[in-house]
Design a protein around this ligand. Structure first.
Ligand code: CUA
Length: 311
């Protein structure tokens, strides 16, 4: 599904559609006037049979006309500027309500780290929020280069800049899943830096939170797979809460199987793709910064079956 700014479901996105209509309306009028005059001139003054080929009289230096085509566009530009500024201030100036859900998002090459500091949840690439009885206020930071956070149906674009914290808020009015995408070229897998926002009813959000707060499954049969996870370098980059794996360079894997995709939306999360990903990430996402760990087939099977228990 291609997201459109003309199908908003969240408060700042409604306002952005309004501005878009104002700008489109004004520019449509200008287009029709200019194109209309051009077409009229083309038809009215076309070469006719019996034309003597002489140049028509040339007119220079009408002060009124020149003043008009300076002043009128200036007024139009100023009006568009003021309208836009008004909307920007209205959106960015909204104070954070006391009960707002707080989310901290960090852009990485090429995935999104998602933290809920007050809830103690860490996940990746799939943001979950409640429907609008509680707006969600998001802080945006980058771990490396400039990215841009954009979910067209929920809010405007916001750059994600190293050493700077930007803010954006959303207030979705309808449950559903909305897709977004990094909107600032950030390297080889810029196009493979997708993001989904799942908007839950209040109850279903509470269920999601409860599930994420559970400690990692400790499946006795899969325990064998935990060993290679910490003895190979996996644990240096990934966290599985409650185990010795506590790295922070890569996505938190405590509930990795609750996510529907691997590699920030690049492939669906199935046992087969998960195994292929652990084996060699860049075969599925060329340029991915996770190295191929060259696990033996046996270790690969163990690690995969362990990861599959992390629901
Ligand atoms: Cu991140 Cu483009």
């Amino acid at each position: 599904m291609t997201p459109s700014i003309f199908a908003p479901v969240s408060t700042p996105a409604f306002a952005i559609r309004e501005v878009a209509f104002v700008v489109l309306g004004l520019t449509a009028v200008i287009f029709l006037l200019v194109a209309g005059v051009a077409v009229y001139a083309l038809i009215r003054f076309r070469r006719r049979r019996g034309d003597d080929g002489r140049e028509p009289p040339q007119v220079y230096g009408s002060r009124q006309i020149e003043q008009a085509w300076i002043v009128v566009p200036l007024i139009i530009v100023v009006v568009l500027f003021l309208v836009t500024v008004r909307y920007i201030y209205a959106i960015e100036g909204r104070p954070q309500p006391a009960d707002a859900l707080e989310v901290a998002i960090v852009g990485h090459q090429w995935w999104w780290e998602i933290r809920y500091p007050k809830l103690g949840i860490v996940t990746a690439n799939e943001l979950h929020v409640p429907v609008s009885d509680r707006p969600t206020f998001i802080t945006l930071q980058s771990a490396d280069v400039i990215h841009s956070f954009w979910i067209p149906q929920l809010a405007g674009k916001m750059d994600v800049i190293p050493n700077k914290t930007n803010r954006v808020w959303i207030e979705p009015k309808r449950p559903g899943t909305y897709v977004g995408q990094c909107a600032e070229y950030c390297g080889m897998q810029h196009a493979g830096m997708l993001l989904t926002v799942t908007v839950h009813s209040t109850d279903s959000f509470a269920q999601w939170v409860a599930a994420q707060l559970m400690p990692a499954r400790d499946d006795v049969q899969a325990r064998e797979g935990r060993q290679p996870l910490s003895s190979f370098a996996c644990a240096n980059c990934h966290t599985v809460r409650g185990t010795t794996a506590n790295g922070v360079f890569g996505p938190d894997l405590t509930h990795v199987m609750s996510r529907s995709t691997i590699g920030a939306g690049v492939i669906p999360n199935t046992p087969e793709t998960l195994r292929a990903w652990v084996d060699d990430p860049s075969s599925l996402k060329p340029g991915a910064l996770m190295p191929a760990m060259k696990l033996s087939r046996n270790d690969l099977d163990k690690v995969t079956s362990y990861l599959l228990t992390l629901r």
